[in-house]
Design a protein around this ligand. Sequence first.
Ligand code: NAD
Ligand code: IPM
Ligand code: MN
Length: 346
Amino acid sequence: MARIAVVPGDGIGREVIEQGVRVLKALQPGLEYEWFDLGAEKYLAEGVTMPDGLMERWRSDFDCIYLGALGDPRVPSNVHAKDILLGARFQLDLYINLRPIKLLDARYCPLKDVGPKDMDIMVFRENTEGLYTGIGGQFKRGTQDEVAIEAEMNTRKGVERIIRAAFEYADKHGKTKICMSDKSNAMRHGHDLWQRVFKLVAAEYPAIASSHLYVDVLAMELVRHPAQFEVIVTNNLFGDIITDLGAILQGGIGLAGSGNINPGEVSLFEPVHGSAPDIAGQGLANPLAAILAAAMMLEYLGFVEDAAAVNAAVAACLINDQITPELGGKLSTSQVGDAVLARLSV
Ligand code: NAD
Ligand code: IPM
Ligand code: MN
């Protein structure tokens, strides 16, 4: 049976993961779980972010990692998130950050006259390079002459595999078009590489229409006419920003799930949102993003029908106003979990 490493993390991460695990256990009682109490609390108490050897154990002993969120105002450097979440993305080579933008109920979309049929997008965010590698440095720190350099890394291998993953997904799921987004008008080195590799891979998929938008225009077009997009592929930082925009278009950050995937290897599933210290510990957090991430994990593990059932139950909760306060509802985090479970009738 598949083994899941559960990392609730900080703030609302703990609250939403509890609900996601309830759903997983109800549908697949045979899955094995091991809980890892990593996060700000452990770091502040013991000075440990990621225990020695744990990343290797995740790689060899687990099929998936189910993570809440990492971030705490008492750790302004965010060093634990860097070591655990970005550590997993880099060291486990989770190169596909898969982030759906799917509207389930028109009422939660801030755009006018946009319904579920107008918004069903899959974003492929590159997850192992770009501006996230920490390559760079500071010179004359703290002086008037200070220099700070954050280098963007784009490798032929990294760019090609995320673009290829997007085309393979489109091909397999009957999608007809892919939009690649970069800023190659200003970033002539790295994003020129994206341009060339995109054209090369696109040529192998003549049945899929390929297009390109600069990321500033993509942000505008996502708001102006989201129905034009089916699959979007972009770099690490642009994907981060565009998927928060996508989250609010589909009803809010409390509804956005994601997967960090290395096909065939241990992969990590998490809500797109963070630890939300402003609402933590009050039962206000929307667990649906974490539950949708759990559905993505079920699909990854091959439980395709269970994944579809969870997606349908979440949509039914939204349509029937079984929602948390940030969406205008009255239910608590655990009551929304109850509602999803009731709709799964398990
Ligand atoms: P955030 O996503 O935690 O919160 C942004 C806003 O959305 C807040 O107003 C919050 O209350 C609200 N919100 C978020 N999730 C919600 C939910 N499930 N239900 C209802 N409302 C929700 O972003 P932030 O405030 O920028 O970050 C807080 C901390 O989380 C930071 O330390 C940040 O680095 C970290 N973070 C971690 C992850 C991750 O672990 N994957 C992702 C994003 C941010
Ligand atoms: C996300 C988060 C992370 C990112 C942070 C916490 C480093 O915003 O998963 O979207 O930027 O990738
Ligand atoms: Mn983000």
